[in-house]
Design a protein around this ligand. Structure first.
Ligand SMILES: Nc1nc2c(ncn2[C@@H]2O[C@H](COP(=O)(O)OP(=O)(O)OP(=O)(O)O)[C@@H](O)[C@H]2O)c(=O)[nH]1
Ligand SMILES: [Mg+2]
Ligand SMILES: [Zn+2]
Length: 347
């Protein structure tokens, strides 16, 4: 019953079947930090540790994962298997090499929280939208702190312009999180946004009690204080679960070009109208993108934002695929060699 409230549906029930025959039971990871894990089992919360095999296979669980676990005693369990994910949120983690870091798994709805104070930033919203799109979860944007802002209609309109298909709520979490409640029932939601945007305030509102600490933002720039430092999955009173996230200082994208294209779909549509299929939209004749920039149909800041994210993804792709980089180098070597031997360059 308890796990059903947390979102255990037909899919995970089926996935656990073969493991249940081995004496394992269904669980959901509610906390993961520095190799410390907690999981919900039907009988309640247990501390847990992943089987060594998961570490070697690089398939360690993340918050939100459904797992097959072996209960060791009343308070401790061993995670034997991570069940296939429906969605997964990742960011690029810098270490010795750039790698994918899964932040949370099996999220149904990404709630992108942005304050209507100095926190308000369309470009950051776009970044989160790309990340959410890549994860497979649906998105919803909350413009919070409506009580502090007089021109929230204007700001809401500018958000609608960049994300016409994404549901948008303008609210004041300090007063009530009720507007968001209908979107959360039976779902697993993740609260994303910068420090001080009001994620934990929203979480407390939805939970109906103060579970997450919150703290005042700096007055002059509305910056938060990184109050939430770890990620936890908490069950919601009306069914479903939420993950309150720490506000990330800088969120490195982990996404594919297709997610970027989905979030900036009007740009992809424009580019399809360029005369050259491989148009770089810099100086080519009959470039639909340049024409749209000229006429004002495409906002220059939006275009810059797209290019910045695209460059970030390209870079990432190159670092991840040394093979692709080597192939690119080889291609240029061949071209340069051909040029050296070409009569035009040898006069
Ligand atoms: N005026 C006003 N203040 C709000 C509102 N929502 C949140 N706050 C305040 O903003 C401050 C930061 O809120 P938090 O909920 O701690 O922000 P957070 O997004 O969880 O921040 P981190 O945990 O640091 O990532 C707190 O002082 C809240 O009381 C709102 O709707 N209106
Ligand atoms: Mg917080
Ligand atoms: Zn073009």
């Amino acid at each position: 019953m308890f796990l059903e409230n947390l979102g255990a549906d037909e899919r995970v029930r089926q996935l656990i079947q073969p493991h249940a025959q081995q004496g394992l039971e269904l669980g959901r990871v509610c906390f993961a930090s520095h190799e410390q894990y907690s999981i919900y089992l039907e009988s309640g919360v247990h501390d847990a540790t992943p089987a060594g095999r998961l570490r070697w296979d690089d398939t360690l669980p993340a918050v939100g994962d459904w797992v097959a676990a072996r209960k060791v005693d009343q308070s401790f369990a061993l995670i034997e298997e991570v069940l296939p994910r429906r969605t997964q949120f990742s960011r690029a983690a810098a270490g010795t090499a750039l790698r994918e870091q899964v932040i949370a798994a099996n999220i149904d709805l990404a709630v992108i929280v942005c304050g209507l104070d100095h926190d308000f930033n369309l470009r950051r919203i776009e970044r989160y939208l790309v990340l959410a799109r890549e994860s497979g979860a649906a998105s919803l944007i909350v413009l919070n702190k409506a009580d502090l802002c007089h021109e929230h209609d204007e700001k809401a309109a500018s958000v609608r312009a960049i994300a016409p298909d994404v549901p948008l709520l303008v609210m004041s979490a300090r007063q009530s999180a009720a507007p968001l409640e209908p979107f959360t029932r039976g779902k697993t939601i993740a609260l994303l946004g910068s420090s001080g945007a009001g994620k934990s305030t929203i979480a407390n509102g939805l939970l109906g009690e103060t579970i997450q600490s919150t703290s005042e933002v700096r007055e002059h720039d509305s910056r938060g204080r990184h109050t939430t430092t770890s990620r936890m999955l908490i069950s919601l009173p009306h069914g479903g679960a939420l993950i309150d996230n720490p506000g990330m200082r800088e969120l490195q994208l982990w996404a594919s070009e297709s997610s970027l294209g989905d979030v900036f779909s009007e740009i992809a549509a424009l580019a399809a109208g360029c005369r050259f299929a491989n148009c770089t939209h810099t100086s080519e004749p009959n470039c639909a993108v340049l024409a749209a920039l000229e006429s004002g149909e495409l906002d220059a800041a939006r275009w810059q934002s797209y290019k910045k994210l695209e460059a970030e993804l390209r870079y990432q792709h190159r670092v991840q695929n040394p093979g692709a980089m080597a192939a690119e180098k080889k291609k240029w070597k061949t071209i340069h060699k051909a040029m050296r031997h070409h009569p035009k360059y040898n006069r």
